[in-house]
Structure formats: C-alpha cells, structure tokens
Design a protein around this ligand. Structure first.
Ligand SMILES: CC(=O)SCCNC(=O)CCNC(=O)[C@H](O)C(C)(C)COP(=O)(O)OP(=O)(O)OC[C@H]1O[C@@H](n2cnc3c(N)ncnc32)[C@H](O)[C@@H]1OP(=O)(O)O
Ligand SMILES: CC(=O)C(=O)O
Length: 545
C-alpha cells in the first residue's frame, strides 16, 4: 500500500474563499482538529502577508501536535532583488515552520505579464529562492503555479521551471491547476509526461474547482504517480474552491482497491466531524449534499430506496457511512412508503409490521400533512411526537385556553412593541402570563415558557436556535382563497440535543404557535422518565437511546 502525503491548505488557500476569515485562535483550533484527523502537513498561512498568519506560527509552536507538520507558504523572491535579502523569505524563516512551500511562476505568460521579467530571470528566481530556503528550512516544497496552463502553452519552459526547482533542492514539485480549468484526462497525461521527464523527482498535485473537476483531477494525478495531495476541508478556497480533501481522502482509501493510504489507521471516521467543525468555525452552514460528509450523503427519501436499503444498505449506498463517521438517515415525506415509517419506528425502539394499521395510518397522516405544507424530513421532532401519539402516548403537558398577541408602535419609540398573553391549564391549575418580546413570536415564546417553567424547570435549559418562515405558493388555504399558506420551522436545542419542529397555517402567528408548542412538548417528552412503555398494543422492543 502506498502512503499519499496529505497537505492541508484550509488555513491558507481555504481563507482565500470569499466569505471566510479566520482569527489566529480559530486557526489554532482547526489545526488541532487536522492533527487529530492525521493530515501530514497543515499549511498555516503566509507569514509575509499579515499579522494573523505571523502570530499563528508563533502560537502553534506551543502545541505538541501528534502527527502533523506545520508548513508556511510564500512566493519566490521579489524579481528586483536576491533571495538572501528578501523580506518575504525572511518572514518564512522567522516563522520557524517544519516545512516551507514556495510558489513560483511556470507559465511564460505569467512571467512576462505578471512578474514582468524575462523567462531566464524567472528560472534564476526559482533556483535562488529554493536553494536559499533549503538552507534555512527543514523541508521545502515547490508549488508550480499555473503548471497545467503553462505546460499546454510552452511545455519546455514549464518543465525547465520544475527542473530548476528540483535541482535547487525542492523535495516535492507540486503541479498546480491554479485556474482550475483542466480536465481529468489532461491531468493524467501531463502528470505521466512530467514523471517521464523528471523520473527522480517527487510530484504533488494542487487543483482548483473551476471546472468542477478538482477532486477528480487530484485523484487522477495520484493514479498517475503524484505522492502529495494539497487540498482543503470542504473544498473551501479561492473562487470556486480547492480540491476537497473530504472527498479525495475516502476516494483514495476506499476506492483504490487498497493501493493508497492517506491517514493513520482508524482516522477516516473523523472526517465528518472534522468537516462540520471547520464549517462551524468558518461560520458557514455545512453543505448538505457534500459527498461522504454531508448530512444528506446517506439520507434516503424515496420509499423504494428505503425499502431496499433496510434489506441491504449496499443497494443505495456506495460505501458504509460509518467508515467516514457519517450516518444513514431516512427522511419522511410524501415520497415515503411504509419502509420509511418502519425505519423511524426501529430508531425509536419499536419493531412494527409493515401491515400494521398504525404504520398505514401514520404514512397516510404524513402524506396528507405534507400536501398541506408540513415538512417532516427536516422537522423530525414533530414526526416523533406524532409517532408516539399513534403508539398510545396520550399525556398532555398543558392545555391552551387562549393566547393573544399584539404588535404596536408607540409615540416616541422607533421600534415596534410586541406583547403576548397566554392562558394555559397545567396540572389542573390555570396559568395566565404576559410577556414582551422582539417581535410577536418571541413575545409568545417568552410568555409560554414563563407560564410553564415553574411546572417544568428543565424548559429553562432550552434555547430557540433558528426560526424559518417560508411562503408556500403552491398550497392555498382551505377556503380556496388566494392567501398562501406559510410554513414555520423552529430549531431548538438544549445541552445535549437539537431538534426541529414545524407549523403550517395561513397566519404566521398560528404556524409559529404550532411549531413552538411541538418544540416544548418534544423537550418535555424526551426528558420524561415515564415515557416507556407508553401502553396500548405497541410496546417498544427496547428503550431507544
Ligand atoms: C495561486 C495563489 O493562490 S498564490 C497566493 C495568493 N495569496 C495572496 O495573495 C494572499 C496574501 N497576499 C498578500 O498579503 C499580498 O498580496 C502580499 C503581501 C504578498 C504582496 O502585497 P504587495 O506587495 O502590496 O503586492 P500586490 O499584492 O499588489 O501584488 C503582488 C506582487 O507579488 C508579485 N508576485 C506574484 N507572484 C510572485 C512570485 N511567484 N514570485 C515573486 N513575486 C511574485 C507580483 O508581481 C506583485 O509584485 P509587484 O507589484 O511588485 O509587481
Ligand atoms: C499555489 C496555489 O495556491 C495555486 O497555484 O493555486
């Protein structure tokens, strides 16, 4: 089995993405996760560029990384001077990394148009910069910027640049598809040609995703002989992004017939949590449809798929989700069949029969409600309540007597004023509370919890995390009128769980009320020690976790 060196550039090229900006503290935390994942190199940034990157290299020295080596990035020296006097190269040395990666021009167009020097002078810049850096850093890699474009236009010159870097001491020559315009067949051919021209050199690959082929290009390069892959977690990076390591690593480890290994034994299963952690710190919502690590990567919605997957996961899953730390999910919707209900039942601890009337009734209810605008693939907590009700759970934690919400503007105030009153019956007592809030829904939420918390103190731990309203243009109110229906999705959380509930109505306040009530009922239900067994004819197989 051949070991492929994984070089992560999330902290450098990843931060060149339009919406990403990381502090030194963020970078340190991500570096810790990458080390735990077991990437070989973590490129921390460009010390000659800014204070955040400089301080990253200072701080990271205080940590004992278990596996990864820290790399610093920069350009070859300024064309007007020599490497020994170059401020950018000095900053790289002062950063004291384990490895330095220098990028240099290999496309003649860039030499004459961007650097504005002769082709000869650029070769001298490469040799001078690499040999200077080799004298000051433990390892030096050469990122051959625009190599594939350069090779297509002027192959002899592009190869001459590589040769100069190699002879000056670069350990790996990394072929970069900087503009992301290459296709896999070209990458394979060019990597093979370079290997034949420089048989003694080690090659790496660094691809961008402008043609949506960055992952395929990197994989092709490895099959053609590249030993190092540069990429980022989640494919974050300049323009359309870099090659996504969350796809490249499992592709190589799981699909090459055992030819390649990228991570230390047992680390592949950390991939999904690493991907989520990096998205979170970059303040980006994880991309659901991301292969391998996305929430939808192993989510089955169509009844035909679910039925087959329950019999044998291989029928609709290219790899087992556990291998990359992900999980199989089954979604409920109007495309569901009885198998979807059976899957959820099993998850909640019930072994039901496909012909059980409760299964048919639940499926019917899901389909009817979905046609009215409810959406259970996201709002699983609302479905869970519906499921347990069908299983015989009849406890009501509270009864609504009435609620009122007002929204008004008052003289002398610039912000609207929202107030809610709620009257409930809880355990035989009538509770009447009022609250103000930032908007009507917030006022309602506060009043509801104020009424209930004395009876159910754990509600104090619950937070409202997200509130989404969507107008459903295709769904009209029952009266046949022209007003559209709105769907409200509320995401709530406590210290251990996160759950989503749904409400649908032509009035946004009523839709919100439904979702709020489900959210509170779900919290009380999940914390209720008396919920099993629920009685009736459907007893759980075992208590679900
Ligand atoms: C393909 C890549 O992703 S490479 C990485 C790109 N990332 C970044 O650019 C982020 C960090 N960059 C920076 O902080 C700044 O651009 C700095 C500090 C590096 C330079 O800033 P400035 O000196 O103000 O120059 P500016 O950014 O306007 O232009 C880039 C300079 O680098 C030079 N340059 C570009 N590539 C190279 C190279 N391989 N070798 C030497 N010089 C180079 C350009 O010719 C230009 O210099 P000039 O204006 O003297 O002709
Ligand atoms: C070096 C680099 O980031 C590139 O060529 O894309």
């Amino acid at each position: 089995m051949k070991q492929i060196s994984i070089y992560d550039t999330t902290l450098r090229d990843g931060t060149q993405a339009e919406e990403i900006s990381l502090s030194t503290a963020d970078k340190i935390r991500i570096a810790g996760k990458l080390d735990a994942l077991g990437v070989d190199y973590i490129e921390g940034g460009w010390p000659g560029s800014n204070e955040t990157d400089r301080s990253f290299f200072q701080e990271i020295r205080q940590y004992d990384l278990s596996h990864s080596r820290i790399a610093a990035f920069g350009s070859t020296c300024n064309p007007k001077g020599r490497a020994a006097d170059d401020a950018n190269l000095r900053a790289l040395v002062e950063a004291e990394p384990d490895a330095v990666t220098l990028f240099g021009k290999t496309w003649d167009l860039h030499v004459t148009e961007a650097l504005r020097v002769s082709l000869e002078r650029n070769l001298d810049i490469i040799s001078d910069s690499i040999s200077h850096m080799c004298a000051h850093a433990p390892e030096v890699f050469f990122d051959a910027e625009h190599f594939f474009d350069g090779y297509r236009k002027n192959p002899d010159y592009a190869l001459a640049c590589l040769r100069h870097a190699h002879e000056a001491g670069a350990k790996v020559l990394v072929l970069c598809d900087t503009n992301g315009g290459s296709l896999p067949f070209e990458v394979r051919e060019i990597v093979q040609t370079v290997r034949a021209a420089l048989p003694e050199a080690q090659l790496g690959i660094h691809t961008h995703n402008d043609s949506e082929t960055a992952v395929a290009n990197a994989v092709e390069a490895v099959f053609a002989g590249a030993v190092q892959v540069q990429g980022t977690i989640n494919g974050f990076g300049e323009r359309c992004g870099n090659a996504n390591l969350c796809s490249i690593i499992p592709n190589l480890e799981l699909k090459s017939g055992g030819r390649f290994r990228c991570l230390p034994e047992g680390r592949l299963k950390l991939l999904t949590s690493t991907s989520q952690f990096v998205s979170e710190l970059c303040n980006l919502r994880p991309f659901m449809r991301q292969p391998y690590v996305g929430k939808s990567a192993f989510a089955h919605k169509g009844g035909v798929h679910v039925s087959a997957v329950l019999r044998n996961p291989e029928t609709y899953e290219h790899v087992r989700p556990e291998l990359v730390g992900n999980e199989q999910r089954v979604l409920l919707s109007d495309l569901s069949g009885r198998s979807n209900i059976l899957f959820m039942a099993k998850k909640y601890g019930y072994a039901l029969d496909k012909n059980d009337s409760a299964v048919l009734d639940l499926l019917d209810e899901v389909k009817t409600r979905e046609s009215q605008g409810y959406e259970y693939s996201t709002a699983e907590a609302s479905f869970e309540l519906m499921f347990f009700k069908a299983m015989g759970w009849s406890k009501r934690y509270f009864h609504l007597i009435n609620f009122n919400v007002v929204d008004s503007m008052r003289e002398g105030f610039t912000e609207p004023y929202a107030e809610a009153t709620v009257m409930l019956k809880v355990g035989g007592m009538v509770e009447h509370t009022a609250a103000t809030g930032q908007g009507q829904v917030n006022a309602l939420d506060v009043a509801l919890r104020k009424a209930l918390t004395p009876f159910y103190p754990t509600l104090g731990e619950m937070r409202l995390e997200d509130f989404k309203v969507r107008v459903l243009h295709g769904v009209m109110r029952d009266s046949g009128g022209t007003a559209s229906v709105v769907r409200v999705l509320i995401e709530s959380a406590d210290a251990t769980d996160r759950w989503t509930t749904v409400g649908v109505h032509y009035d946004v306040i009523h839709a919100s009320w439904q979702a709020l009530v489900d959210s509170i009922n779900y919290k009380l239900f999940k914390d209720d020690p008396k919920k099993f067994p629920v009685g009736g004819k459907h007893f759980p197989q075992s208590e679900p976790k």
